[in-house]
Design a protein. Sequence first.
Length: 79
Amino acid sequence: MKKFLLSLLGGVIIGGIICCVFLDYETSNYIIQNYNGLDEKEVKEWDFSYITQAGFIILITTLLIYFSWVVLEKLADKN
C-alpha cells in the first residue's frame, strides 16, 4: 500500500511537471459581447482534451514508477 501511494504521489508530481513543460494549455473560455444588456459575458469551459492528456501522462508516470520499483526490489532480493 505504501509503495502504491508513494508511486501515485511521485506520478502526480513528475507527471504534473511534464504536463506544465510540454503541453501548451490554451484556455477554452470565450467572451460574448452585448449579452442581454451586459457589456460582455465570459463563458468558462473545461478543457477536456488537456485534462485527459494530463491524466494519461500522470497515469503512465505512476505506473512506470511503480513497476520500476517492483523490478528493483526483485533485483535486490536476488542479490
